[in-house]
Design a protein around this ligand. Structure first.
Ligand SMILES: [Zn+2]
Length: 197
């Protein structure tokens, strides 16, 4: 399917990697404060799953805001971790990296609960798919788990505890702070599923 999966090393994209087994995974350092932790986690997850992983570095911190930028949220921010146009930015970077390598399907691990910001919704990804498909190379964008909760995705994926243990979701830094939206979500999902307990 020529799929390239955006792998952040968090629960959702890691479960999607286990489920879809894409031809390629890609972790992007876009200047987020959690980049080092995401790269370490993504590399460990991909290694455990036997999938290729590449690291793309494109520092966009000059246009970031909110928790992931280690800065105050933008006045338009719907949640404190919101980074303006982040998913559009990441899909664009992934598509640009993928196209010359013959990969024409960008897969993103957004789930149902990500609709707290507009760029985590079905409507957004439908538009983004149309936008990339309309351009040279006709790259497509898909979000296979957008109708599932994180818990449903983890169960459907069959991801093992040994892979799950490597996931990292902190929005604050390379070491899990234990008290940010990313850490709290990860803990809640694992608790509800009685995994890694
Ligand atoms: Zn955290």
């Amino acid at each position: 399917l020529n799929e390239i999966l955006l792998l952040s090393g968090g629960i959702d994209s890691s479960a999607l990697a286990a489920w879809r087994r894409p031809a390629q995974t890609l972790v992007i350092d876009y200047g987020q404060v959690s980049a080092a932790g995401e790269i370490t986690a993504a590399q460990a997850v991909a290694s455990e799953l036997g999938l290729p992983v590449a690291v793309l570095r494109a520092n966009c911190s000059a246009v970031g805001s909110g928790l992931l930028a280690g800065a105050a949220p933008d006045p338009a921010a719907p949640v404190e971790e919101w980074w303006p146009f982040r998913n559009q930015l990441l899909v664009t970077l992934a598509a640009a990296w993928a196209l010359p390598r013959g990969l024409t399907n960008v897969v993103v691990g957004s789930v149902a609960g990500d609709g707290r910001h507009a760029d985590g919704t079905v409507a957004f990804y439908d538009q983004l798919d149309i936008l990339t498909a309309a351009q040279e190379g006709a790259v497509r964008v898909s979000v296979p788990a957008i109708g599932m909760t994180s818990g449903e995705l983890v169960e459907r994926s069959g991801i093992s505890d040994s892979v799950l243990a490597w996931t990292h979701s902190c929005h604050r830094g390379p070491v899990a702070c234990g008290d940010c939206p990313g850490c709290n979500k990860r803990r809640g999902v694992l608790h509800d599923l009685r995994r890694l307990v």
